[in-house]
Design a protein around this ligand. Sequence first.
Ligand code: ADE
Length: 386
Amino acid sequence: MSTNKKHSSDIDMKRDEKNYDGKGLEEGIVKPMLRWYDHQARILPWREDPQPYKVWVSEIMLQQTRVEAVKPFYDRFLKALPTIEDLAFCKEDKLMKLWEGLGYYNRVRNMQKAALQVMEQFGGQLPSDYEELLTLSGIGSYTAGAISSIAYQKKAPAVDGNVLRVITRLTLNEGDILKQSVKKEVEKQVMEIIPEDRPGDFNQSLIELGAIICVPNGVPKCQECPVAFCCQAFKTGRIDEFPKKKQKQKRKIEEKTVLVIQETDRVGIHKRDRKGLLPGLYELPNLSGHLTQEEVIDYLEVSGFRPLRIQPLETAKHIFSHVEWRMIGYVIRIEDLTNKEEKDNSLDLIFEDPKKAEEHYSIPAAFSAYTAYMNIRLGQDKYKES
Ligand code: ADE
């Protein structure tokens, strides 16, 4: 990225424009995209050594999480589980702990299912074939295309939200990008121009352009775009009309009261149900609705505890894809438990030393505003320093 770059890219742009025949998405974008990718793409850990397993892990992590947030998790995950076999046979609690902070835990559960499939059906080696990849749990058309093209250099489209944005702007595609038919159409268009010699780089160039130039929020950097010369939305001044997306259904709002229950040196945590949101993870005990201090005390007494002190905590909010939690919280000191009472508590709480809880139990980030009060650090906070 030298200062000469601007000058040479101006010249490149003029040449590309001359060769452009004025149609929608066409092969004319391939060369400028690859040239731009070679010089301007970010250096990212998963691009250094694109082995199939590593590409798979990175693409799954990147599906709902930002690049910067993924980086520390990616290295840590591969260090802990360096092979598909390690992933296939990893204990659930350890796996959830490795994913803590990334959220959308179903992604890693599906990855483990797929790893078992790979062990049983493909001798421990991820298949390179697009259709075979699609048979694996949690692998849809985007991930199959990414693995097949980036790790195996096979021609396959990898169309995610970034690519949909880039292509619909380039071609003034008015379709709703949340529709499967529109995605299929774009996949077909991309497939037609993927270069034989660099399919993975070409796919990544489209993803990269969507991430850093043809951005979703804020103003796209069209002046720096290598394919602005053939972008229909840019030429007609309609960039902010694309991509077209029908309004999603509004999220359901759920009110919750979160309890930090402290016994002498221990805190109360609870294993969530195996079904529903965040299945099988651990949580701080919580109740539906916003309860007053008196209501919380009554509730704890009825459940077999002896509250000594209660103090309100800050409010917090956590947004999942379909639900939003609006939380209030209390820290409550309770009288020491005898072993008998602990077993009998009707809330099925586990009382643990906070350090141990931090090491062994995966508590989703939704609770992070309150875990701070029990000396537990979660996910990204915890790994910031390591
Ligand atoms: N987002 C999804 N896939 C990506 C990749 N390979 N590089 C950067 N961002 C991405």
